[in-house]
Design a protein around this ligand. Structure first.
Ligand code: F6R
Length: 619
């Protein structure tokens, strides 16, 4: 949450910072602001609302520019999303500017202390205390990085901070604790950002910052030096890495929205996530999972922790893990997990699923699990992010950058990664024979083509979505792995269309939710394959009849050729036949398209739904 950019180099800092903020706007869009040291002073501008408001302000009242600058796009935590609470925050003389992502937990005490010393704080934010503390520290030590270290030692909570000072105009300083910050290293220039997307147009060389580290970017004649230290001032190990996607991957590529582009990219994302993980003989090779075979053979319980859409991927993974490995598996909301004192030990494998790799609830859950001695395997889409760094092992999904706030391609690739982990566990523990593993791997390899087929038949789904734009409620039903798909369909609709949408296990209908059914209420039903476990299929066909008899308008997602369901479907969405456990990979796609089109028809902002942010770095 909140996007941060810092720049030092030969280009116009303001332009670089604004372009970076545009790429980070998905992280928060309550307000935006910039600051540049220039002409012996500090120039700053900030505006409530989206970045466009700030750009308008800058067009009306341009700022001078120099070689250094910082910027921020906000997702509000402390204080309303207005101009005063927008970042950057300045000290009283207006010499230091600070941008911040996270929450400073002891800010009230620090604020009171500053007020006693005569500082006047003008916002309701926790951030503002940092600019005042930095100002004091700089006055006594004359070095912005040292001032930042001194201040960070006094702060509690989670924070990424980036600052500039009018008296040291060639320097940008950053710090991080439990909140993301990466360094981009270009030719004679360097960048700080919450996410590499902010500087990928300039460089693909990056440096990971560790916990409790301060970084200084200092411009010296034509070069820029990057120095990383701990909060205590000791030299820190620098971990450079190469970003393996380029700027075009983060562009809309002709689509109206990132979400549409990301939905369309799913076949490739699924195929890329399988790439290199299947050997010539068709068996699984997950050498990157560094948890040794003997440890995996000892595992007697799997616990999956995740939030939102990633949690839904985890719910589906539970079916595959238990079926293929016979190890008991629980899937739990990361935000609930550590507060209920879960039973964990050395024989528990915890799987943390996260697209961003920065979700605070998931991070806290995995830390708790490791403290209890459990091994943690991360499934993550973001290289070098905190969750994989703090896990024992990681399986990266190769979805590429996901910019739209609503997760789509990340979800499908999380599912693929979960299936791979489940099969791998089965392979290592001998609960799955080699030819069984190879057969599922073959079926997984067919999925990219099947997702493509689904995408090619989506026009009737879009038409249907448009016709429902004035509805208030849509319900979603599913059974078995179709139940988490129903939850995911409802979540997509809530977050994008701002409609009342709920997902239910179809078997629960009679225990309450059926009371909601009324004339013409749209109910989406995810139907399991009539092949395989036909008992599930027959039961859901009865459920469809029950709701239809009470007036529901049934929107049925069913396997092509499923004639038994056709008479009861007011709208039939056909998907390709897949094995039962893999069906979510194709059944989810129409629900993504449905939600995206409904949101568009209702005039909502598809890529940046209200009140949300892509990366939730606070608990
Ligand atoms: C919904 C959505 C969120 C995320 C959740 C976890 O479309 O995107 O529910 O899935 O915030 O985020 P990650 O996967 O980054 O941990």
């Amino acid at each position: 949450m909140c996007g941060i950019v810092g720049y030092v180099g030969g280009q116009c800092a303001l332009d670089v910072v604004l372009a970076g903020l545009r790429r980070l706007e998905y992280r928060g869009y309550d307000s935006a602001g910039v600051a540049v040291p220039a002409d012996g002073g500090l120039a700053a501008a900030k505006k409530a609302g989206k970045l466009a408001n700030l750009e308008k302000e800058l067009a009306a009242r341009p700022l001078p520019s120099g070689p250094t600058g910082i910027g921020h796009t906000r997702w509000a935590t402390h204080g309303a999303p207005n101009d005063a609470n927008a970042h950057p925050h300045l000290d009283n003389p207006g010499r230091v500017a600070v941008v911040h992502n996270g929450i400073i937990e002891n800010f009230a005490a620090l604020r009171a202390e500053l007020a006693e010393r005569g500082h006047v704080l003008v916002s309701e934010t926790d951030t503002e205390v940092v600019s005042h503390l930095l100002s004091e520290a700089f006055s006594s030590c004359g070095d912005l990085a040292e001032a930042m270290r001194q201040v960070c030692r006094r702060l509690e909570g989670a924070f990424t901070l980036v600052a500039v000072h009018a008296d040291d105009p060639d320097v940008v300083v950053g710090a991080r604790r439990n909140s993301p910050l990466v360094v981009g290293v270009g030719d004679g220039e360097a960048f700080l950002a919450s996410d590499v997307a902010a500087f990928i147009a300039h460089t693909r060389e990056a440096i990971e910052l560790g916990q409790d580290q301060v970084v200084e970017l200092r411009r010296d004649s034509l070069d820029v030096t990057v120095t990383v230290t701990t909060f205590e001032g000791k030299d820190a190990e620098v971990r450079p890495y190469h970003v393996d996607w380029d700027a075009s991957a983060a562009e809309k590529g002709g689509y109206d929205y990132f979400m549409l582009k990301e939905i369309a990219e799913q076949p490739k994302a699924v195929a890329d996530t399988l790439l290199g993980r299947i050997d010539a003989a068709g068996s699984l090779s997950l050498d990157e999972v560094r948890i040794p075979g003997p440890v995996l053979r000892e595992v007697d319980k799997v616990v999956i922790v995740a939030c939102g859409t990633a949690y839904h991927a985890g719910l589906i993974a539970k079916y595959a893990i238990e079926h293929w490995t016979r190890i008991p598996c629980e899937t739990e909301l990361a935000s609930e997990f550590r507060y209920r004192d879960p039973i964990l030990d050395q024989r528990t494998l915890v799987i943390a699923i996260s697209q961003s790799g920065e979700t605070m609830d998931t991070l806290m859950a995995l830390r708790h699990a490791r403290e209890q001695g459990a091994k943690v395997l991360a499934i993550c889409n973001t290289n070098g992010s905190t969750i994989p760094r703090e896990s024992d092992a990681v399986l990266y999904t190769h979805a590429g950058p996901e910019v739209a706030v609503a997760s789509t391609k990340a979800f499908l690739t999380q599912l693929v990664a979960c299936y791979l982990v489940a099969l791998y566990l089965g392979q290592v523990r001998g609960t799955k024979w080699g030819d069984e593993v190879r057969s599922v791997v073959r079926e997984l390899s067919d999925i990219a083509t099947q997702v493509d087929e689904v995408l090619e038949t989506m026009e009737p789904v879009r038409e249907l979505a448009r016709s429902l734009a004035d509805k208030g409620t849509v319900l979603f039903l599913g059974r078995h792995v179709g139940y988490p798909v129903a939850l995911e369909g409802a979540l997509k609709l809530k977050e994008l269309a701002y409609m009342h949408a709920e997902g239910f296990a179809a078997g629960e209908l009679k225990h309450g939710p059926i009371a909601l059914i009324e004339e013409d209420l749209p109910v989406v039903v995810v139907v399991p394959s009539p092949r395989g476990r036909s008992v599930l299929h027959d039961k859901i066909v009865s459920n469809i009849q029950e709701i239809r008899a009470r007036g529901a308008r049934t929107i049925v997602i069913a396997e092509r050729g499923d004639e038994a369901v056709r008479p009861y479907a007011d709208h039939l969405i056909e998907i390709p036949a897949t094995p039962v456990l893999l069906q979510p990979l194709v059944a989810t796609v129409p629900l993504q398209v449905f939600a995206c089109e409904l949101a568009t028809a209702r005039g909502n902002e598809v890529d940046q739904p209200r009140n949300l942010a892509k990366s939730v770095t606070v608990e």
